[in-house]
Design a binder for this molecule. Structure first.
Ligand code: MG
Length: 163
């Protein structure tokens, strides 16, 4: 078994859709980024790469490369899951903390868990999503940004080659 951690932060701005965990959230502002800026999917993808010892999403999907502009977080995570699977790993479970002063995530948590479970090829019960406010302090608490932390456990599927 291997564990990995991931983190992502994006600025919250006017004129962008808010997409969290692949789910469109009803909110007047969205996250700024070269891609769709989905902090949850990006943090989970980095946790997977970390657990597998395969670097980070900046190496695999550089934001200087125009082919990744507007990249869908679901496509990115699916690509990472496939990469990790080819290296001989399957996901055990995933735990996520979203840090956002607003909006409230509760109405969307189930849909986000289901989407993550599909992408990670696990059961919904293997995925947990928590949300914390910024207590009105710092850039998160002032609504200037949203961050996400994710932890995943990988289990060797028996395909892994030794190096
Ligand atoms: Mg990101």
């Amino acid at each position: 078994m291997r564990v990995g951690i991931g983190h992502d932060t994006h600025r919250l701005v006017e004129g962008r859709p808010l997409i969290l965990g692949g789910v469109r959230i009803d909110h007047p502002r969205g996250l700024l980024g070269h891609s769709d800026a989905d902090v949850i999917l990006h943090a989970v993808a980095d946790a997977l790469l970390g657990a597998a010892g395969l670097g980070d999403i900046g190496e695999h999907f550089p934001d200087t490369d125009p082919q990744w502009k507007g990249l869908d977080g679901g496509r990115l995570l699916a690509d990472v899951v496939a990469l990790v699977a080819r290296a001989g790993w399957k996901v055990g479970n995933c735990d996520v903390i979203l840090h956002a002063q607003e909006p409230k995530l509760t109405p969307y948590k189930r849909a986000i868990r289901e989407n993550l479970a599909d992408l990670l090829r696990v059961q919904v019960s293997d995925v947990n999503v928590k949300a914390k406010t910024g207590e009105h302090v710092g850039p998160i608490g002032r609504g200037e940004s949203i961050s996400c932390e994710a932890v995943v456990l990988l289990q060797g599927s028996g395909l892994r080659t030794e190096d």
